[in-house]
Ligand binder design. Structure first.
Ligand SMILES: [Zn+2]
Length: 295
């Protein structure tokens, strides 16, 4: 399905129209009224401030000059991110095991609804870690102008799921430009650092998103590393192209899963469980998103 591409093209056309709408009346000065704000640009009112100033040059400068600072402050305006904090705390609650045992074919294999995820050696769960990081990611993305939708609204021992196929479909459901699934690994004690998993081509499933997801994934790696994240020392090129990840296979928008660190590496985990560490991981992820979308 290519709806994301169509939507993006439409959005870019709208942005172009807004720019033209700002410059045309300025050239024809004096403008009769401030240009109509575009519904896709919630910050457009900032740009149009001062348009009523008299004089061609004054109108030109006041109308045109705020565009750059506004874009600089809100580089993700018009972008929607589907943010998927992996697992759910209650996936480890036996009361939910029957529901979590539900299975579905994902294009290559039959897999279960969801799992409890990994944990640090002292028992700090991945579900809680990715939930905290994702909340920081959401705040940062919103500050940059993005719309953010989460695949789960809680981190609770009383809740389960949603199933991975639902998370995968969520991106298209909310018209996202990117589905970002946040996880942490549970690998060997000496393994450390982040890596990404992107969908391989699975005909009829991911053939529409595999190439762009891989491109976004590579840019995320570069962006995160440049921002200070530790590249994984156990994954070649920090990227796995896999054909059996249900979340990715069910996605109809570009999808990247990030394993942000290894919870079984005690040094790395010691940082991951702190608020400071979680904020840092969020900052790196957001740098990756901006790199992926070239914003
Ligand atoms: Zn996970």
């Amino acid at each position: 399905m290519r709806m994301w591409a169509t939507r993006r093209t439409a959005m870019l056309a709208t942005v172009g129209a807004v720019v033209l709408g700002l410059t045309a009346p300025a050239l024809a000065a004096p403008p009769p009224a401030a240009p109509k704000p575009s519904p896709t640009q919630p910050d457009s009112s900032v740009r149009t401030t001062g348009v009523s100033t008299t004089g061609i040059l004054a109108a030109w400068e006041t109308a045109a000059s705020p565009v750059a600072p506004s874009r600089a402050r809100r580089p993700l305006a018009g972008i929607t991110i589907a943010l998927d904090p992996g697992h759910q705390l209650g996936n480890s609650n036996p009361a939910h095991f029957a529901k979590l045992a539900k299975t579905r074919f994902n294009g290559t294999t039959v897999k279960g609804c969801n799992t409890s995820g990994t944990a640090t050696n002292s028992g700090y769960p991945e579900a809680t870690f990715v939930w905290n990081v994702s909340r920081f990611v959401k705040k940062r993305l919103q500050r940059l102008g993005a719309k953010v939708r989460l695949t789960r609204k809680t981190n609770s021992y009383d809740r389960w799921g949603p199933c991975v196929w639902k998370r995968g479909k969520f991106g298209a459901k909310v018209g996202a430009d990117l589905l970002l699934s946040v996880h942490a690994d549970g690998s060997a004690p000496t393994a450390r650092g982040f890596f990404v998993i992107v969908p391989a081509v699975v005909p009829g499933w991911t053939d529409d998103i595999a190439a762009v997801s891989r491109r976004y994934g590579q840019r995320m790696i570069d962006g995160m590393a440049a921002a200070g994240a530790t590249p994984a020392n156990y994954i070649n090129g920090q990227m796995l192209v896999w054909d059996n990840i249900t979340t990715l296979n069910f996605s109809d928008v570009p999808a990247v899963l990030v394993e942000v660190g290894n919870m079984r590496n005690s040094a790395e985990a010691g940082f991951m469980v702190t608020r400071k560490g979680q904020r840092a991981h969020a900052k790196w992820l957001v740098a990756g998103v901006r790199a992926a979308l070239q914003r």
